[in-house]
Design a protein around this ligand. Sequence first.
Ligand SMILES: [Zn+2]
Length: 100
Amino acid sequence: MISDKTALNTDGYKLPDGSFRAYSSYGCYTIFYVTKDGGVLCAKCATSDGQTTDPYDPQWFLVGVDVHWEGEPLTCAHCEGEIEPSYPDDEPKAGDSGKA
Ligand SMILES: [Zn+2]
């Protein structure tokens, strides 16, 4: 289990203006944020509400960051916005579309 001492170090996921990244600095992969209650937040909501350091506010206490590689879009627990995968299934792969 995650103890109160292991709050996520978010420094590497913040832009110079203090907001959380929506995309990784390397490769521009989609990033999502995980709260202590198991919810998923988009970068925008993590920025506006996810910066609590109070571990007793599990809806907003960030414990993880991950890249959403592929599959279905995730749904932000706060704004219900979709967090698109880095490689959407329904997009044709480059080179798959035949001749132009
Ligand atoms: Zn959101």
